[in-house]
Design a binder for this molecule. Structure first.
Ligand SMILES: NC(=O)c1ccc[n+]([C@@H]2O[C@H](COP(=O)([O-])OP(=O)(O)OC[C@H]3O[C@@H](n4cnc5c(N)ncnc54)[C@H](O)[C@@H]3O)[C@@H](O)[C@H]2O)c1
Length: 343
């Protein structure tokens, strides 16, 4: 369904088959394979950048030059120096840019955020998060990059859990990261990382312990994301089971429209695909809420809880600090400067 404030939709897509498919679904008014041609059109005043993770930078900079409002998929970039450059361009131009940390639009995280913000837990002293994913997303990402060392479970996927936790901890200043990584499953074939576990320490002594594996066997039923979060404060505790084990589908038939995982998988935790689920011909769930809220933001000026470019840059900096600490086996002082992110 088209948002009532959207008068014209164009898409730029390099892959002609995909351009045709998406163009028809969106009833696009304009289709091109060159993002510059699209962004130079006079009709364009708001832009969604959803190219592959490592290909966000050039289209963002082109849109910023034109003063167009932006919704950029996470992560802002996959290289810390690029991310800093993009952040600087956005802030200098004063364009409105939000980043696709879709989880912020889910009721459970909003409820948790409100309880932490309004002091129900007292002073938050300890947060834990455990993210489990099968290896489909990891393999997809490693397949489409020539620089596997620049992507990692933290940079591509752990960034979602990290964003949620940092959103809860926004009053606190992270000062150090200490982490370890494992590469036994994805290392040999993909030069990839399986899992990262580590800890952020904040200036007041509170800690966040984070674990992510994106190398579970393909048959693990979490379509994408299974998350468990605990938040402990001086006067309360909040636990959030976001593992999606509450709706389990088992089928010997191939699943149709929407998220189409590897066909050898026959069991799925429904609802664990972060953008949402197809139902009655439309996407339902977090990404729809996020997109609608962004359209309301740019067309009506309504405030939203979307992550800012500065927060997205901080998230990339923290995920890179986890990876650097894991590589060097040393604690990393924060903030990590782009020139210190040595491979
Ligand atoms: N927020 C969420 O829940 C969520 C979920 C899935 C993906 N994502 C993010 O969305 C982004 C896209 O992911 P995806 O899974 O859709 O990737 P994808 O590879 O399926 O789609 C990316 C598309 O961009 C096209 N493309 C790349 N460079 C282009 C260019 N310069 N001009 C025109 N087209 C270009 C590719 O041809 C491809 O069709 C990533 O940043 C990813 O992390 C976010």
């Amino acid at each position: 369904m088209r948002h009532p404030q959207v008068g014209w939709i164009g898409i730029a897509e390099k892959n002609p088959e995909r351009a045709k498919l998406v163009g028809e679904k969106l009833k696009a008014d304009f289709i091109t394979d060159d993002y510059r041609t699209l962004l130079n059109r006079p009709e364009v005043n708001a832009v969604i950048i959803s190219t592959d993770e490592h290909l966000h930078v050039d289209p963002i900079l082109h849109a910023v030059e034109r003063g167009q409002s932006l919704m950029i998929e996470k992560p802002l970039a996959t290289d810390l120096a690029d991310s800093a450059r993009v952040l600087q361009a956005i802030e200098k131009a004063g364009v409105d840019a939000v980043i696709g940390y879709t989880q912020r639009f889910r009721r459970r995280w909003l409820a948790a955020k409100e309880k932490v913000r309004s002091g129900s837990l007292g002073d938050v002293t300890l947060v834990t998060s455990r993210a489990f994913m099968n290896r489909l997303v990891a393999i997809d990402n490693y397949k489409r990059t020539d620089h596997p060392h620049k992507i990692s479970p933290m940079v591509i996927s752990g960034t979602h859990a990290l964003d949620i936790v940092m959103w809860m901890m926004e009053a606190k200043t992270p000062v150090e990261v200490y982490a370890r990584a494992i590469d036994k499953a994805l290392g040999p074939e993909w030069k990839g990382i399986d899992a990262t576990t580590g800890m952020i320490t904040f200036s007041d002594g509170s800690v966040y312990q984070s674990t992510i594996s994106w190398a579970l066997p393909v048959v693990w039923p979490g379509a994408v994301y299974s998350l468990d979060v605990g938040i402990v404060g001086t006067e309360g505790v909040l636990t959030i089971d976001d593992t999606h084990r509450d709706i389990v589908l088992a089928t010997s038939r191939f699943q149709g429209e929407g998220y189409a995982p590897d066909q050898s998988r026959r069991v799925d935790f429904l609802g664990s695909y972060p953008p949402g689920d197809m139902a009655l011909g439309e996407l339902r769930g977090p990404m729809r809420e996020e997109t609608d809220s962004w359209l309301n933001r740019v067309s009506l000026g309504l405030p939203t809880q979307a992550a800012t470019a500065r927060e997205a840059h901080r998230n990339l900096m923290l995920t890179k600090a986890f990876d650097l600490s894991a590589r060097t086996h040393k604690p990393v002082k924060l903030p990590l400067a782009p020139e210190d992110d040595i491979y």
